[in-house]
Design a protein around this ligand. Structure first.
Ligand SMILES: Nc1ncnc2c1ncn2[C@@H]1O[C@H](COP(=O)(O)OP(=O)(O)OP(=O)(O)O)[C@@H](O)[C@H]1O
Ligand SMILES: [Mg+2]
Length: 269
């Protein structure tokens, strides 16, 4: 579990994260949604220690990350896996070398031990015969899998995924979402995901936080989001007219004003 208490972060005189508090739960996909520029990436980078918040606290399983010395912080970092926006693989390294990288950094295992672990995680993300390939030789969906394999190779307690579906088609996105969800449950990971993909929200959003201009505007579950009365959130999720109409119909149906057995064509007439 991660507890975030009143964090603020600015660049110059521009406030980007404005007094945000949240609880990210273990064994759940904790989603952060919001339009481009709302602060999702900066927020995530504060959580993993890539940015230092100007104030506030980030508490990993009871320990205050913001108050730790470098040595303690390194211990927490070992427990963090991160899938960056755009995968961020090393182009000059093979798939195997990319996935092995955290093991080179944080363990003193032998090469044989490292290779065995790399093969285990590549198998888990269903990548076969790709060990010796370079990132330029594999598809976007495969690159995400390599990114996920690298993020989980050290058995993290915390997994951060920044836009895991960016650039993927809807079907491949769903496969990646399901993989992240399965891993979260399988290893009881506290998973934090930044996304603007509404399919992901509905599919894996155990807990959702909506950010608007650096502030937390709303939070709830994927069951609650459809019926939220928050106007800004609704403008964000029902950006398409089709979805807005579908929501109105669903509300009417729930209120008993539409007979669900009636023909759809009758309703449209
Ligand atoms: N290193 C930086 N220096 C100055 N400003 C920054 C820096 N990083 C981000 N920002 C600003 O912080 C704001 C939030 O950016 P952020 O990347 O967190 O948005 P986001 O919600 O992740 O957007 P997207 O959905 O496009 O990824 C933006 O206005 C951005 O310009
Ligand atoms: Mg971002």
């Amino acid at each position: 579990m991660i507890e975030v208490k009143n964090i603020r972060k600015g660049f110059g005189d521009k406030i980007v994260i404005d007094d945000v508090s949240a609880v990210m739960e273990a064994g759940k996909c904790n989603l952060i949604i919001g339009s481009s520029g709302s602060g999702k990436t900066v927020f995530m980078k504060c959580l993993v220690g890539l940015f230092k918040p100007d104030s506030g606290h980030i508490i990993y399983h009871g320990d205050d990350f913001t108050a730790m010395d470098d040595k303690q912080r390194k211990e927490i970092r070992k427990e963090i896996g991160m899938l960056f926006q755009g995968s961020a693989l090393f182009d000059s390294l093979t798939v195997e070398q990319n996935v092995m990288f955290p093991l080179d950094m944080f363990t003193d295992w032998t090469l044989a031990e490292k290779k065995q672990r790399v093969n285990e995680v590549l198998k888990r993300v269903e990548l076969v015969d790709t060990n010796k390939k370079f990132p330029s030789e594999i598809s976007g969906g495969m690159k995400k899998r390599v990114g996920i394999a690298r993020a989980i190779v050290l058995n993290p307690k915390y997994l951060f995924c920044d836009e895991p579906n960016s650039g993927l088609d809807p079907q491949t996105s769903l496969v990646i979402d399901k993989l992240i969800k399965e891993l979260t449950l399988e290893f009881n990971i506290t998973t934090v995901i930044n996304t603007h993909d509404m399919n992901s929200v509905m599919e894996i959003g155990d807990k959702i936080m909506y950010m608007y201009k650096g502030k937390k505007e709303w939070e709830g579950t994927n069951k609650e989001i459809i019926f939220s009365k928050n106007q800004r959130l609704n403008e964000f999720i029902f950006a398409s007219e089709f979805l807005r109409d579908a929501k109105d119909m669903r509300m009417l149906e729930q209120a008993g004003k539409i007979d669900e057995n009636r023909n759809m064509d009758d309703m449209i007439k």
